[in-house]
Design a protein around this ligand. Sequence first.
Ligand code: TMP
Length: 197
Amino acid sequence: MKKFITFEGIDGSGKSTVSKRVYEELKRRGYSAIYTFEPTDGEIGKCTKKCIDKGADPLVIALLFIADRIEHVRKIKKWLEEGHIVLCDRYVDSTYAYQSVQLEGQMEDPLEWLRQLSNFVIKPDRTFLFDIDPEEAISRIKGRKTTRFENAEFLKKVRKRYIDIATESRFKILDARKGIEDLVKECVKDIMENDGD
Ligand code: TMP
């Protein structure tokens, strides 16, 4: 069984809804699971969200996401050591996808720079990537409080970057247009299978 699972995708891909349902399903089956997310609701996570809203420098935003994750990883390690399954809505791949696009033109190889600053992270056993066309994703989140990142042109680049980085075997790309319950079933089945398959 997989123990550390992350959920990734562009805004409006439905990953938060599905990941919460997966959490409920694992609890219903008697597993000890923890649901967590990034940006966190800790001091640095809250500050990161404020800085995005204010339109802070992308370099500052990148470093804040990483700082928030440093504290979060400590907690995740502890939960895993205690024997919980940890489900995390957004993790290091969000930084690789969003910030590498945001930092384009500011340095030679933003993705490589972000990877070097992220050598403290622990590797998920599985990363579900919810793939969807940005226009469709945006139409889903109309009416919800949005961030500066939620525009189709930017999200198109982020979607492509996600696909480009999803080369390791820990990734499973899901068609996010499928129904919620089908996606939940697919994720739960996959989590129950052996690690490292
Ligand atoms: P949320 O809507 O999932 O709470 O995430 C808030 C926004 O932050 C979302 O547009 C994605 C973005 N984000 C990044 O750009 N980099 C990151 O590392 C994380 C965790 C989120």
